[in-house]
Design a protein around this ligand. Structure first.
Ligand code: KG4
Ligand code: ZN
Length: 336
């Protein structure tokens, strides 16, 4: 089954063709990072407009690269949320128009589920599993019982972890997005700033990163007022050490609580080298799946993979109207 998938929830315009929920036949990602960099973050209106400008070209390139004809496409899939509403609508409209014009079925895919299924491209998902989903907009610990049967163990009560990275990056005067830069600079520094570790033990599997972010901002302000320089590499190392300690501790607790076959790490922050290393060092006897960097950050291939498993379970929508823009689709896990 060949699925043409579209992703436009934030600032990547991406179209891919994926065969049988695994084999990526083509994958085009047009990043707008350099456009938004001057603003220090994604500007929603500019993101939508750029999706409009480039979407058709990205579609054409993905179909051409797949070496398939349009007749060979069996299903169209598109990210239906969560994300920036204007950006989502460009992808949804383009996918719907394509499906309608060529008489194809269409299916909407939740962006977060897409991130989880990215791991099926280079590995084989096995359930039950725990997923740590860490991106610019989300921080979730999930229990996956079976395909498309996902329960939420915990989420962030305030900032997403990627968001905290990007805000700390901005405070330190680093380019957007802060995540990859802090990851890199932290290897050149030492964990010497005394930052809090928000373990939030009374909140179970939930997270909170805004206090940690504020702690960095306070240190930077105080030192600046005293006329002292910030040791940027050390601050990056200290912030990253705190984030990684908390993510690893909660993830470890989840896999000790639930009997699972795999740990799936997903989302843009899964690209973080410090996090990957710490998970591998601290979690033994369990297969840890982390996609390669191109499938960690936003991409349409992951949407094509998730669409295959969703279609097998639920079929496609009977008409060309998708259900609307969806938010977090996960029910909360009942305590054992
Ligand atoms: O999944 P993604 O591409 O978009 C969302 O769905 O949010 O994630 C983007 C986020 C940004 O906040 C970015 O700073 C972060 O992922 N990120 C990283 C790294 N690479 C990307 N954070 C920490 N370390 C990295 N290496
Ligand atoms: Zn994402």
């Amino acid at each position: 089954m060949n699925i043409l998938a579209v992703e436009s929830s934030c600032d990547e315009t991406s179209v891919a063709v994926v065969k049988d929920g695994k084999e990526v036949l083509s994958h085009v990602v047009l990043s707008q990072i350099d456009i938004h960099q001057v603003f220090g973050g994604v500007v929603p209106e500019i993101a939508s407009r750029n999706h409009v400008v480039h979407m058709t070209r990205v579609f054409e390139q993905a179909i051409k690269d797949s070496k398939l004809s349009i007749d060979d496409i069996d299903l169209v899939a598109v990210t239906e949320g969560p994300g920036l509403i204007g950006s989502l609508l460009v992808g949804i409209n383009a996918a719907t128009a394509f499906a309608f014009a060529h008489g194809k079925k269409i299916i909407g895919v939740n962006h977060l589920i897409g991130h989880i299924y990215a791991s099926n491209i280079e590995h084989e998902l096995k359930f039950p599993a725990i997923a740590l989903l860490v991106s610019g907009g989300h921080t979730e610990l999930l229990y996956i019982n079976d395909h498309m049967d996902i329960k939420m163990l915990g989420t962030t009560l305030d900032d997403a972890v990627g968001e905290a990275y990007d805000k700390v990056g901005r405070t330190l005067g680093l380019p957007y997005p802060g995540g990859p830069v802090i990851d890199k600079l932290s290897t050149l520094g030492k964990d010497t700033y005394d930052l809090p570790r928000p373990y939030m033990e009374q909140h179970g599997f939930n997270f909170s990163f805004s206090g940690l972010k504020s702690a960095v901002i306070n240190v930077v302000h105080n030192e600046t007022q005293r006329g002292n320089d910030i040791r940027v590499n050390d601050m990056c190392a200290s912030f990253q050490a705190s984030v990684v300690d908390v993510l690893v501790a909660k993830t470890k607790k989840a896999i000790e609580t639930y009997d699972v076959k795999q740990l799936i790490v997903a989302g843009g922050v899964a690209a973080n080298k410090g996090l990957r290393k710490a998970l591998n060092e601290n979690i033994k006897d369990l297969e840890i799946l982390v996609p390669s960097i191109e499938y960690c950050t936003d991409n349409a291939a992951m949407i094509g993979v998730a669409a295959y498993f969703k279609f097998k379970k639920e079929g496609a929508h009977p008409d060309y109207l998708l259900g609307g823009v969806s938010t977090i689709p996960f029910e909360i896990m009942e305590e054992e």
